[in-house]
Unconditional design. Structure first.
Length: 164
């Protein structure tokens, strides 16, 4: 019985009131630590050393009579800042969004810049003709046209499955 009441050296007895607030004290320490890191983050952001991630573009893909039509939303991204390529049977859409804003008044000038990049892969059907892919961008909408490879359809064959 005496062993149950003994306090081991690594344990401290605390009143119930202190134990209740211990999680809140840890939370406060975490928040304080986070606020200590914010000035460094803002300094990196202002110096252009940190790039904000941009969410990948929303993509619609529909089948047409001749092939496939992909439409991707890339608002605020110039056509020269979008890269469309084919990688391992997938279309890769990548780009960089640059936003600069400046306001001038009599007494002050406000300037703000933000940059971010995005990347998205879309798997192409097996009958896609990779050599005929065309892309154009207008008003923040990227359209990619993929025609079908007629010889790919001819390459299909059914394999019989035998029992046992």
């Amino acid at each position: 019985m005496a062993r149950d009441l003994a306090v081991l050296p690594h344990q401290k007895r605390q009143s119930p009131g202190v134990q209740i607030f211990a999680p809140l004290a840890r939370l406060r320490d975490e928040v304080d630590h986070w606020f200590d890191d914010v000035p460094q983050f803002l300094q990196q952001l202002q110096m252009g050393k940190f790039r904000l991630p941009v969410s990948p573009p929303a993509v619609d893909m529909r089948e047409t009579e001749d092939g496939y039509q992909l439409t991707a939303e890339v608002p605020g991204v110039d056509a020269k800042d979008v890269d469309v390529s084919v990688v391992d049977g997938m279309i890769r859409i990548a780009g960089e969004k640059k936003d600069e804003r400046e306001e001038k008044d009599r007494d002050f000038t406000f300037s703000e810049r933000s940059y971010g990049s995005f990347e998205r892969y879309i798997a192409l059907p097996s009958d896609a003709d990779l050599d005929s892919i065309k892309a154009n961008s207008k008003n923040g909408v990227l359209k990619i046209t993929v025609t079908r490879d007629k010889s790919a359809e001819d390459g299909k064959r059914r394999i019989p499955v035998e029992p046992g």
